[in-house]
Design a protein around this ligand. Structure first.
Ligand SMILES: *[C@@H]1O[C@H](CO)[C@@H](O)[C@H](O)[C@H]1NC(C)=O
Ligand SMILES: *[C@@H]1O[C@H](CO)[C@@H](O)[C@H](O)[C@H]1NC(C)=O
Length: 209
């Protein structure tokens, strides 16, 4: 084989391999973050291991003040769950978010989904606590669960990629299965959920029948 033929064959083979392995062109996603229910930004090229565009709307009450945050960006599919996620630590500290994951260029350019918190108490109660700089917290009180939050959940993770936090409270069932790495933008913080554990509602103490 002539050298030029060889390198052409090699190029063709690598191009095929890249296509087959999905290592072709990187994905582009809209990237933005903002206070409020909408955000818009430019399309940006994701890194090679980010195969998903993500859209997240979060409603968080922290020490009594309510904030809505919009977030769009690139993510890994292993860290993206579509659907809702909600945790209540107590009436002054809760968060809920709706997220969408999609896999085509610019697919997260649609307006953000709404998040509607259901404030109706459902008769369940869970131990609750929240603490920074630690991976676990010890519950000192119980909180009243609302809406679809039928599980007692313990979560831990990182705020702004480096400050540890831990919380316990009521959560939606899917909060129990959140993938490690799940992002929850909350006000000026970007929370990363690293670990969750759950007790089903039957173990929730209180007025449940
Ligand atoms: C946010 O997006 C919705 C849906 O597209 C639109 O109706 C609304 O006017 C937008 N709000 C702001 C503040 O841009
Ligand atoms: C809100 O939550 C309550 C208690 O779980 C439930 O009975 C009610 O149907 C929910 N409302 C909506 C609109 O989902």
């Amino acid at each position: 084989m002539k050298p030029s033929m060889k390198s052409a064959t090699f190029l063709l083979a690598s191009a095929l391999l890249c296509t087959l392995l999905g290592l072709g062109y990187p994905l582009s996603c809209e990237v933005c973050t903002s206070d409020g229910p909408n955000c818009s930004g430019k399309l940006q090229t994701c890194t090679h291991d980010e195969d998903t565009c993500i859209t997240i709307l979060t409603e968080a009450k922290k020490e009594g003040s309510l904030a809505v945050t919009s977030y769009k960006g690139c993510a890994k599919s292993s860290e993206c769950d579509s659907g809702s996620f909600a945790i209540t630590v107590n009436t002054e500290n809760y968060m809920g978010s709706t997220r969408r994951c999609c896999k085509n260029d610019g697919c997260n350019q649609d307006p953000l989904p709404a998040f509607m918190r259901n404030h109706t108490e459902n008769g369940l109660r869970c131990p609750s606590c929240i603490a920074a700089f630690t991976e676990t917290c010890t519950s000192t009180q119980e909180t009243v669960c609302v809406g679809d939050e039928t599980h007692c959940v313990a979560v831990s993770g990182l705020a702004q990629s480096h400050v540890k936090f831990a919380a316990q409270g009521c959560g939606m069932e899917n909060a129990c299965h959140s993938k490690p790495g799940t992002l929850v933008p909350s006000g000026s913080h970007l929370l990363t959920i690293k670990k969750t554990s759950c007790h089903p509602s039957s173990q929730a103490s209180g007025k449940a029948e």
